[in-house]
Write a protein that binds this ligand. Structure first.
Ligand SMILES: Nc1nc2c(c(=O)[nH]1)N[C@H]1C(S)=C(S)[C@@H](COP(=O)(O)O)O[C@H]1N2
Ligand SMILES: [Mo]
Length: 324
């Protein structure tokens, strides 16, 4: 264990095959059983609310969007019934069954601030922003650093379109993203030892790459809250923690952003976090991954299978660990 400056029970990103057993046992052992018990007791009701689509969502008419035929997959799509109840969203708890708790998030109105080194700084309502963007559906793999994986149909638009809309200034080298902060609805944010709000960032080159995507929908509908509604990042060649949810602020900057996980454990979670089966995590192998909703393990691929699209981005990055 490299990270010692935090309570012993905060062990992020456990290997997927064992994490539920792990967390439940730990909670009981530490006398923190309430969360697990509450979830079990509230099971069926929470499942219903986790699936409920808001019939008053003003963007409903934008879905389903046309599928972009350049972004399809050979891998089977993971069912919504699986991915909508197995989520990583620490704002609502440090386990995977947060979909019920996430329904407390109020996503209307939703303001997004675009600032920093841009010609068009502004705060814009999500419902206005999404209508300015070229919505499309793309099938992408997703690989969590914990060695579980899924394949889903995201709806959204290229991150490059948002960067162009912001009017990037020549000195901008990075795009920094920030998640909402409201501990009244997100009980995880009352855990003061975490560095809230959740932050992530990419280089400008990464942001302009065709794979970098902003998702506003999934399965042909607006995002349910547990997926990071109303707007999240999707970087399929990187470990999942880079794909920040429920974004409220986008900043162009010349300073490299330090992400939530990098702040907590820089030796285990870095800035680049590109998927690589040959570079193990400090505490587990990254050679293979469990496909959510199945018993199957499959080999993990370099850049999560997107080597052709992104490997060139890293040709000139020297002396840094690109894979954690
Ligand atoms: N704000 C925020 N974004 C986040 C996280 C989080 O805890 N908070 N978890 C990340 C991790 S580790 C993963 S694997 C994905 C999970 O996305 P999903 O729940 O939609 O599958 O979201 C990422 N984005
Ligand atoms: Mo993750």
């Amino acid at each position: 264990m490299n990270i010692i400056h935090r309570p012993e029970w905060i062990i992020p990103e456990r290997e997927a095959t064992s994490e539920e057993v792990f967390f439940n046992r730990r909670r009981f052992m530490k006398g923190l059983g309430a969360v697990g018990l509450g979830l079990a007791a509230g099971g069926p009701a929470m499942m219903n609310s986790a699936f409920a689509q808001d019939s008053k969502d003003p963007t409903l008419g934008l879905y389903p969007a046309k599928q972009n035929a350049e972004f399809t997959l050979k891998r089977a799509i993971t069912p919504e019934s699986v991915t909508s109840v197995y989520n990583n969203f620490y704002e609502f708890g440090s386990h995977k069954r947060i979909s019920g708790a996430a329904q407390a998030l109020n996503i209307r109105p939703w303001a997004i601030t675009i600032d920093g080194m841009v010609d068009n700084p502004q705060t814009i309502d999500f419902d206005d922003l999404v209508r300015k963007m070229p919505l499309q559906e793309r099938l992408y793999r997703h690989r969590c650093v914990e060695a579980w994986a899924m394949a889903v149909p995201w709806t959204g638009f290229p991150l490059s379109e948002l960067v162009k809309y912001a009017g990037p200034q020549s000195g901008a080298k990075y795009v920094r993203f920030e998640t909402f902060q409201d501990s009244d609805v997100a009980s995880g944010q009352r855990q003061f030892w975490y560095p809230w709000p959740y932050v992530e960032g990419v280089t400008m080159d990464e942001a302009m790459n065709e794979m970098a995507f902003i998702a506003t929908g999934i399965y042909g509908k607006p995002l349910l809250k547990q997926y990071g509604a109303p707007i999240r990042l999707v970087l399929p060649w990187k470990y999942g923690f880079k794909s920040i949810k429920s974004i409220v602020k986008i900043t162009l900057t010349d300073q490299r952003p330090v992400g939530f996980w990098e702040t907590i454990g820089p030796s285990e979670y870095g800035f680049w976090a590109n998927v690589n089966p040959d570079v193990p995590h400090a505490r587990w192998s990254q050679a293979s991954e469990r496909l959510l909703g199945t018993d199957e393990r499959v080999p993990t691929q370099l850049y999560n299978g997107y080597e052709k699209q992104v490997a060139h981005l890293y040709k000139n990055v020297k002396g840094q660990n690109l894979y954690r």
